[in-house]
Design a protein around this ligand. Structure first.
Ligand SMILES: Nc1ncnc2c1ncn2[C@@H]1O[C@H](COP(=O)(O)OP(=O)(O)OP(=O)(O)O)[C@@H](O)[C@H]1O
Length: 304
C-alpha cells in the first residue's frame, strides 16, 4: 500500500489582496521524488513553507507523518527545506554552516557533505555572504542532501548553477536517494532537464492543484497536434483541449487525453506527437490571448 508522508486538507493561504494557495488537498507519497511544477507565482514556495511550518495557513490543515508540524518539534526535525533565497547569519562560513546543520539534522552525514563540497568546489575561506549565486545554491544542495532528512524540500535548487554543477546535483540526488530512500519534493522550471529524476508530479496553477500523478501516467495522458489552423480546429472538435495556440494560419494544441489509433486515423495531414512533460505543464496556466504583431494569435484553455 502507498505510504503517505504529507497530507494537506483545504490548505489556503491568503495575503492582502492575493490568494497564494487556494483550498489545496493533496497527498505526497513517502519515499518518492515528487516534482512541484507550475508557473511563476503559482504557489509552490507557499505550499512548501506551510508544510515545513515556516508559515501559517489562513485555513486548512497540514499533516506530516500524521502530525501537525506546528505542534511538534520532532516533526519539524524530520524535514529539511532548501530555499532558493536561504539567508545565513552574517559571520557564517562553510564550516559554521555545516556545523549548525549537524546539530539541526539527526541523520546528518558528514561524508556526503565533504564529497559534495569537493565536487561543487565550494570555497571554505570567504563568509557565505560573499558567495556567488551558484555557490549559494551548491551549499543549499550540500545541506539538503547531507541532512538526509526523511522529508527534504528543494525550492529551485539550481539557480546560478552551471551545467556541470547541475549534473553533479542530479547524479548525487539519485545516488544518495538510492542508498537512503526518502521523501523528496522539488520545485523546478527546468522540467526537461530534471524529469528523469521525478517519479510523481504535482502541477499547481494559481494556487490550485491541477494535476497530481505518476510521471509516466502523465506523459501518456496527453498529446500534441499541429498543422493548418482550420484543420486543427476541426480535429479538436469534441476533444478535451488543454491549450491551443494559433499563429497566423498555423495552430498547435495540447489535447488532454491519450493518443489513440482513431486520433491517428482522423489526423489527415496534421502532425500528432507525444507531449513532453515540460510542454504539458506549460499548457496549464497559458493565458487566453496572446498578441502576435497583429496576427490572429489565440490561446485558449478548456477544463481538463
Ligand atoms: N509575503 C507575501 N505577501 C504577499 N503576497 C505573497 C507573499 N508571498 C507570496 N505571495 C504571493 O503568493 C503567490 C504565490 O507565491 P509563491 O512564491 O508561492 O509562488 P511560486 O510558485 O513559488 O513562484 P516562483 O516559481 O516564481 O518561485 C504569488 O502571487 C506571490 O506574489
Amino acid at each position: 500500500m502507498t505510504q503517505i508522508a504529507i497530507e494537506t486538507h483545504g490548505l489556503t493561504r491568503r495575503y492582502r489582496g492575493a490568494t497564494a494557495l487556494d483550498d489545496v488537498t493533496v497527498q505526497v507519497h513517502a519515499n518518492t521524488i515528487t516534482g512541484l511544477l507550475g508557473r511563476n507565482g503559482a504557489g509552490k514556495t507557499t505550499l512548501m513553507s506551510l508544510i515545513t511550518a515556516q508559515d501559517r495557513p489562513s485555513s486548512g490543515s497540514v499533516k506530516v507523518g500524521g502530525h501537525d508540524p506546528f505542534e511538534r518539534a520532532e516533526t519539524i526535525e524530520q524535514m529539511c527545506f532548501v530555499r532558493d533565497n536561504q539567508r545565513y547569519p552574517d559571520d557564517y562560513t562553510l564550516k559554521l554552516a555545516t556545523r549548525a546543520a549537524r546539530f539541526s539534522f539527526p541523520n546528518w552525514n558528514q561524508e556526503v557533505a565533504d564529497r559534495l563540497i569537493d565536487a561543487f568546489r565550494i570555497p571554505s575561506k570567504p563568509i557565505i555572504k560573499k558567495y556567488s549565486r551558484g555557490q549559494m545554491s551548491a551549499l543549499g544542495i550540500v545541506l539538503g542532501l547531507a541532512s538526509r532528512a526523511p522529508i527534504t524540500f528543494f525550492d529551485e535548487p539550481y539557480l546560478g548553477l552551471d551545467a556541470t554543477a547541475r549534473a553533479i546535483f542530479y547524479d548525487e540526488l539519485l545516488r544518495d536517494y538510492a542508498e537512503r530512500p526518502r521523501t523528496v519534493v522539488l520545485s523546478t522550471h527546468l522540467i526537461d532537464e530534471m524529469d528523469r529524476l521525478l517519479e510523481r508530479v504535482i502541477v499547481i496553477d494559481q494556487g490550485r492543484i491541477v494535476r497530481h500523478e505518476d510521471v509516466d501516467a502523465m506523459r501518456g495522458s496527453a498529446f500534441q497536434v499541429a498543422g493548418k489552423a482550420s484543420e486543427v480546429d476541426g480535429f479538436l472538435s469534441g476533444l478535451p483541449v488543454l491549450s491551443r495556440r494559433r499563429v497566423g494560419g498555423l495552430a498547435t494544441a495540447v489535447v488532454n487525453t491519450p493518443m489513440t489509433a482513431q486520433h491517428r486515423a482522423e489526423a489527415g495531414g496534421l502532425e500528432l506527437a507525444p507531449v513532453s512533460l515540460q510542454d504539458l505543464v506549460a499548457a496549464y496556466g497559458l493565458g487566453d490571448t496572446v498578441a502576435d504583431d497583429g496576427a490572429d494569435t489565440h490561446m485558449e484553455r478548456s477544463a481538463a
